[in-house]
Design a protein around this ligand. Structure first.
Ligand code: SAM
Ligand code: DTB
Ligand code: SF4
Length: 346
């Protein structure tokens, strides 16, 4: 058993040791993740910001807009989700919305400065009959000069090719938590199912967006294991959303206690250090965070957010308050093509 406090002292004293750990892009271990996570907060933030600056402009943040294209009535039992039919939520189930309505929202998002348009559906997986409309949505968003992203649940071999050929830039499919804690949150599909979908998406050349949620009752080790799984994929996801649980009425996690902001910021910093070239997205939960917490998340390496006053079903800060915060912090929205060649690298 290694004494963590001794290692921490060594790491603090010997910059080479931590450089070696943080420069590695593969083979992260729980032990190295834990050493980094438990560094004194200032040392951790300094390391994370240093790594961040070697790959990104620290004063630019990528902005995406989300739209729910099919809401509610989902067959899965994700304990955090307002859209699961099994959670007894009162949210009415909708059908897949028309392509033109989606594109009208995408145009609005582009006018408000979003460079990526993310479309989410409350499905276990898309059906073959839906693919035509989904393809038209991707093509339409691309024709507006925006990047396209979808999150539709599991995908099979045919669907990933169809979406790739339509021009889909990113596919979001979160692992949500550690493999160990996962069955406490979702029982209707497995952690391995999720990894299979991520592999299919990556193998056809669509950028992977995958992350998870903090605040579901998981331990620090679960949070770190989730990051380890992501960092140790054949290539880490180009985009890593870290959501803070937004407790939803009538779900099993409705009364989950809030995450300590300092613990949340530490996880952002570890994600930045372990996945230096990925966009780390400060996702759900910003509406409950102070401006100072958000600023610290950006300093720790988060460089992507969702903008607009709704996520899928839950609230998000208003556009105006985000722009005021950006102005106060001297942050500029990132241009669509400022993606550091990540798409080519996937
Ligand atoms: N149905 C698709 C799926 O699950 O793959 C796509 C939509 S789903 C809402 C996308 C992700 O949003 C989830 O995997 C989860 O990480 C996040 N999410 C959902 N509800 C949330 C909540 N209440 N608080 C924080 N994150 C949430
Ligand atoms: C992700 O990780 N967060 C976004 C996006 N991927 C699709 C979704 C957040 C959903 C928050 C709860 C809601 O709006 O219902
Ligand atoms: Fe369905 Fe996705 Fe919600 Fe799970 S997270 S219940 S799959 S919409």
């Amino acid at each position: 058993m290694i004494n963590l406090s001794i290692i921490r002292t060594l790491v603090k004293l010997d910059k080479k040791v931590i450089d070696k750990m943080t420069d590695e892009t593969t083979g992260w271990t729980r032990e190295s993740a834990k050493i980094i996570y438990t560094l004194p907060f200032m040392d951790l933030l300094y390391r994370a910001q240093t790594v961040h600056r070697t790959h990104f402009d620290p004063n630019r943040i990528q902005m995406s807009r989300l739209l729910s294209i099919k809401t509610g009535g989902c067959a899965e039992d994700c304990a955090y989700c307002s859209q699961s039919a099994r959670n007894g939520s009162q949210l009415p189930a909708s059908k897949l919305i028309e392509v033109e309505r989606v594109l009208a929202q995408a145009r609005k998002a582009r006018e408000a400065g979003a460079t990526r348009f993310c479309m989410g559906a409350a499905w276990r997986e898309p059906k073959a009959k839906d693919m035509g409309a989904l393809i038209a949505m991707v093509e339409g968003v691309k024709a507006l000069g925006m990047e396209s992203c979808m999150t539709l649940g599991m995908l099979d071999d045919t669907q990933v090719v169809q979406l790739r050929d339509a021009g889909l830039d990113y596919y979001n499919h979160n692992i949500d938590t550690s493999e160990r804690f996962y069955p406490e949150v979702i029982t209707t599909r497995t952690f391995a199912d999720r990894i299979d979908t991520l592999n299919r998406v990556r193998e056809v050349g669509i950028n992977v967006c995958s992350g998870g949620i903090l605040g579901m009752g998981e331990s620090v080790d679960d949070r770190l294991d989730m990051l380890l799984t992501l960092a140790n994929l054949p290539s880490p996801p180009g985009s890593v959303p870290i959501n803070m649980l937004m407790p939803q009425q009538d779900t099993p996690l409705a009364d989950a206690p809030p995450v300590d902001p300092i613990d949340f910021i530490r996880i952002i910093a570890v994600a930045r250090i372990m996945m230096p070239e990925s966009y780390v997205r400060l996702s759900a939960g910003r509406s409950g965070m102070s401006r100072e917490t958000q600023a610290m998340c950006f300093f720790a390496g988060a460089n992507s957010i969702f903008v607009g006053d709704t996520l899928l079903t839950a609230e998000n800060p208003e556009e105006n308050s985000d722009m005021t915060l950006f102005a106060k912090l001297g942050i500029q929205p990132m241009e669509a093509e400022g993606q550091h060649g990540l798409q080519a690298a996937q």
